[in-house]
Ligand binder design. Structure first.
Ligand code: FPP
Length: 257
């Protein structure tokens, strides 16, 4: 096992304190210079997690929200700068029963309210992408409040993709780019919801499904992809760190040799 580099010495001021011995063992193997800057996750498998336990789907989502909390705190601890989570797709909005959509909206609101202290403590900044203006007004109000409360934080930026679809985002960006002039990869990138985010380094999908499902398709052009069978409610700090360790082991070529 590689020795921790000196810059990863654990001091009370460093975010890594508070890891369990097993997590710390994985963390110790991470070379800070090679930790990804931007990780995105397709959080999948809440329904199956609940089904396996003969529980209602709603309880799977509730447990999924707990995983969000653990993973966000883990991101802060390991100094991951950008974490983007697919929390609610355009397709979820259009195709899921109204009762499930409204439960997911309530869960989102309650997640933001009940985690605001932890976000402040962990220096997390909230951002959103997607057609958020189409979400219920009270959800938008809570989202704006959480964003405003955390706007001055300088640690991990947590971006929630809400009412988000990649094709929709690319079409909107292409229209905006065309209205301003030439359509080029750069002019489209500059109009995407993610224009202010760094390039995506690592895309993770849980629950054994191996597809993008309309998530960050443009941004994933050169991202490493990691698919795991773990269902989202079982994905926690240790799994995030394992995924990052796997990223660090891979060699990225960006089309070169
Ligand atoms: C997929 O499970 C997950 C979602 C619908 C989106 C993710 C939502 C959460 C993790 C809930 C809380 C989110 C926040 C930000 C508080 P699924 O129902 O598609 O699972 P299945 O494929 O097993 O049915």
């Amino acid at each position: 096992m590689r020795q921790p580099t000196p810059s990863r010495v654990f001091t009370p001021s460093h975010g890594a304190h508070g890891l369990s011995p097993a997590e710390r063992a994985v963390y110790d193997t991470l070379d800070p210079a090679r930790i990804p800057q931007h990780v995105a996750i397709i959080m999948d498998g809440n329904g199956r997690w609940a089904g396996k336990r003969a529980l209602k789907r709603f309880l799977g989502h509730q447990q999924g929200a707990e995983s969000v909390r653990f993973v966000v705190e883990a991101a802060a601890r390991i100094d991951l700068q950008w974490l983007t989570l697919y929390a609610f797709s355009l397709e979820n909005n259009l195709r899921r029963p109204k009762s499930e959509v409204s439960f997911l909206m309530k869960l989102l609101k309650s997640y933001l309210v009940s985690n605001i202290d932890s976000m402040q403590k962990n220096n997390i900044r909230m951002e959103y992408i997607g057609r958020t203006h189409e979400l219920p007004t009270e959800v938008q109000d809570t989202m704006a409040w959480a964003q405003e409360q955390t706007a001055r934080n300088t640690g991990t930026t947590l971006t929630l993709a809400l009412n988000y679809g990649s094709r929709d985002e690319i079409a909107r960006a292409a229209r905006a780019a065309a209205a301003k002039g030439e359509i080029t990869p750069e002019s489209i990138s500059a109009e995407l919801d993610t224009a202010d985010l760094p390039p995506l380094d690592l895309l993770i999908r849980t629950s054994g499904e191996v597809r993008l499902s309309n998530f960050l398709m443009w941004q994933a052009a050169y991202a490493e992809m990691l698919f795991t069978d773990v269902l989202w409610p079982d994905f926690g700090r240790a799994q995030l760190e394992e995924a990052i360790a796997e990223f660090v082991r891979r060699e990225r070529r960006f089309g070169g040799r």
